[in-house]
Design a protein around this ligand. Structure first.
Ligand code: HEC
Length: 266
């Protein structure tokens, strides 16, 4: 009894071993060159019956593989949008705004370029700066830029992601290059362009990712407006403060306590 069990156990191992060896041999066929059609032990879905567009088929009486539309049916995604229908829906309103501004857009609004040029950026944005625009810019900056450039825009180590980024993020609030609207990197149009397109070296290496997929034109201008606020806040002196409110401000904080509020991590 005991011997029989032992023998059957042994032959099971033998069978397993042979199976393993044959699987390995078959595996070796992969990648070998041959004129024969490839053997497919596990065809997965390499081949499957289907009809291609504009081919004939024996399945339908008329011999065509395609069917004609049922009267009155409109293919998904191919209908013209009816503005009247969208106006009253919550999501439709913003869609219509986006669409209207896209149709309206000129190269200044869409690319930050001086009209008729391909590389000259406008010093001043083509959008009216309102407190709403600035607030929108702050919200978008906090979402899309602060993790690298810091909530204060100071760059360097002030953002949690920026700290680990291979290149130190620029100091957008204080670096003189970005303060001068007449300079190559300080114009509103150039800042807009960087937000939408990012920054790459000539060989295509990424230095800063582009945000065009997430930040539309309107929001990119809003962020530029907010960058000016960060710059003003960062470079302000007591001379910039309205004299009528100075007395109500109280004493400036001691040097140490300003140092210790490095809240960049947010
Ligand atoms: C993933 C990190 C990261 C994010 C997010 C990011 N940046 Fe940057 N940004 C960088 C780095 C790094 C540099 C410096 C690149 C260099 O020195 O070449 C930079 C540089 C810049 C510059 C200077 C361009 C120049 O010509 O030197 C501007 C302006 C700028 N960023 C604006 C923004 C704005 C606005 C946002 C948000 C929409 C943003 N960045 C989001 C990493 C980031």
């Amino acid at each position: 009894m005991h011997t029989t069990r032992h023998t059957s156990g042994f032959s099971a191992y033998l069978a397993l071993g042979l199976l393993g060896a044959s699987v390995m041999t078959l595996g070796a066929c992969r990648g070998d060159r041959s004129d024969e059609p490839p053997r497919r032990f596990f065809p997965d879905m390499d081949h499957q019956p289907k009809v291609k567009a504009q081919t004939s088929s024996k399945f339908f009486e008329d011999g065509s593989s395609q069917r004609t539309h049922v009267d009155g049916v409109v293919a998904f995604g191919s209908t013209a949008h009816d503005p009247a229908m969208l106006e009253h829906s919550e999501w439709g309103g913003t869609y219509l705004e986006d669409r209207a501004s896209m149709l309206d857009a000129d190269e200044t609004y869409a690319f930050g370029l001086v009209s008729g040029t391909t590389d000259q950026y406008v010093p001043v944005m083509p959008v009216e700066v309102t407190s709403e625009l600035i607030e929108r810019g702050q919200e978008r900056f906090d979402i899309y830029c602060s993790m690298c450039h810091g909530y204060d825009g100071l760059g360097g180590n002030s953002g949690t992601v920026g700290r680990l980024w291979s290149i130190p993020p620029a100091n957008l609030a204080q670096d003189a290059r970005f303060l001068d609207r007449a300079g190559a990197q300080g114009s509103d149009g150039y800042l807009f362009h960087i937000i939408r397109n990012g920054l790459y070296t000539e060989d295509g290496t990424i230095r800063m990712p582009s945000y065009g997929h997430a930040v539309n034109e309107h929001d990119a201008w809003a962020i530029v407006a907010y960058l000016r606020v960060l710059q003003a806040a960062s470079n302000a002196t007591m001379d910039d403060v309205d004299p009528s409110v100075i007395s109500s401000l109280g004493a400036p904080p001691a040097a140490e306590s300003t140092e210790s509020t490095d809240g960049g991590e947010g």
